[in-house]
Ligand binder design. Structure first.
Ligand code: PLP
Length: 369
């Protein structure tokens, strides 16, 4: 080995040095931020979660590896969804599960997703050196089932409710897509608990339909990383083959079980978030800002300047104004359908009041000419 000329890039798999890593939303250091940028839950997890974590950490338990299959959690999730534990796989966040799907099903045929949607899919496909096919929505953000079903892909990722728009797709349209598409259809339902309908129950009917869910949003457990897949027994067996053996740690398994069991708390938190979401959606519309009907815990809205201007310059201007006031939201400038909008996670009432105060001070002086 020659120290001067040694280059790890030359030894890496050829496609790796050119990859771009996924860019997560900012996690600012220091206090005083109103954080409405990564769709975390503004409320803490159920108090039962803290007890469960304490119990799990007691004595010498953490000395031992966790249950590699997260068996108890699979059983509990099976019961929740009216499925068998054989239809469930638990992951280190739903990102882990999405990655497992790419590892198993991304092959010589491209892997497909919609634009806009969750920007992690092309990153995962890139890591696998797969080819991508992106299907573009128009401003109406409606599913074109026939076109999507014709995509030449072995796997198709559909986010419902979609990110960053918050638009939910009717279950019967998603079912029609599962029927028509010949590959694996993964419906990423990270936000489905905030919606009125979902397709989890349909995995029994459609052998190519897989659903992914997350504990990060509706159960307030983003910091512990738990997500899961619902799919046919055979698909679960396949993704279990490529899973890290201990992919969910003891604390996370115990916490997720406790969160799942506290249905009253879960329903109360969802109710609060949906109420705040609906109120602010109305508020943005009353300002004359075009706002998609949100079925998620965030709102996608197109700010309008005091002189009536809208578009990327205005979205960026409001983003910067909010940032200067330590309110963090998300701007997606890379796509024409998203660049004029801001995505605002639904915060607590106090956080949303702070947001409103800052919107009120986004005056003509600060806005683009
Ligand atoms: C559409 C979508 N899917 C999946 C995830 C990731 O969820 P998890 O925290 O369970 O990995 C996110 C996170 O923001 C998301 O927006």
């Amino acid at each position: 080995m020659n120290r001067n000329s040694f280059s790890p890039d030359l030894l890496a798999n050829p496609h790796i040095p050119g990859l771009e890593a996924y860019t997560p939303g900012k996690q600012p250091a220091g206090a005083g931020w109103t954080k409405l940028n990564t769709n975390e839950n503004p409320y803490p997890p159920s108090p039962k979660v803290e007890e469960a974590i304490r119990r799990e950490a007691e004595g010498a338990r953490l000395r031992l590896y966790p249950d590699p299959r997260s068996g108890e959690l699979r059983t509990a999730l099976g019961e929740l969804h009216g499925l068998s534990s054989e239809n469930i796989c638990v992951g280190n966040g739903s990102d882990d599960i999405l990655n497992l799907f790419v590892r198993v099903f991304c092959d010589s045929k491209p892997a497909a997703f919609t634009l806009p949607s969750y920007s992690l899919y092309p990153v995962l496909i890139g890591i696998q050196n797969g080819r991508t096919v992106a299907w573009e929505f128009d401003r109406r953000m409606e599913l074109d089932v026939d076109r999507l079903a014709d995509l030449p892909a072995s796997i198709l990722f559909l986010t419902s409710p979609n990110a960053p728009t918050g638009v939910g797709f009717p279950a019967e349209r998603v079912a029609a897509l599962a029927e028509e598409f010949s590959g694996i259809l993964v419906v990423d339902e990270a936000y489905a608990d905030f919606a009125n309908e979902n397709v989890a129950g349909l995995v029994r009917e459609y052998p190519n339909l897989c659903v992914t869910r997350s504990f990060s949003k509706s159960y307030s457990l983003a910091g512990l990383r738990v997500g899961y897949a619902l799919a046919s027994k055979r698909i679960i067996e396949l993704i279990d083959r490529v899973r890290d053996s201990y992919n969910v740690n003891r604390i996370s398994q115990a916490a997720a079980l406790a969160a799942l069991a506290d249905r009253d708390y879960f329903r109360a938190v969802l109710g609060k978030i949906k109420r705040i979401r609906n109120a602010y959606q109305t508020d943005f519309r009353e300002r004359g800002w075009f706002t998609y009907e949100s079925r998620a815990n965030f709102i996608f809205t197109e700010p309008v300047g005091t002189g009536g201007g809208r578009g990327e310059k205005y979205a960026r201007s409001l983003y910067n104004h909010l940032y200067r006031n330590r309110v963090l939201v998300r701007h997606f400038p890379t796509h024409a359908l998203t660049s004029g909008f801001l995505r605002i996670s639904v915060g607590s009432e106090e956080e949303m009041l702070k947001l409103t105060e800052c919107i009120e001070t986004w005056t003509g002086n600060e806005q683009p000419k």
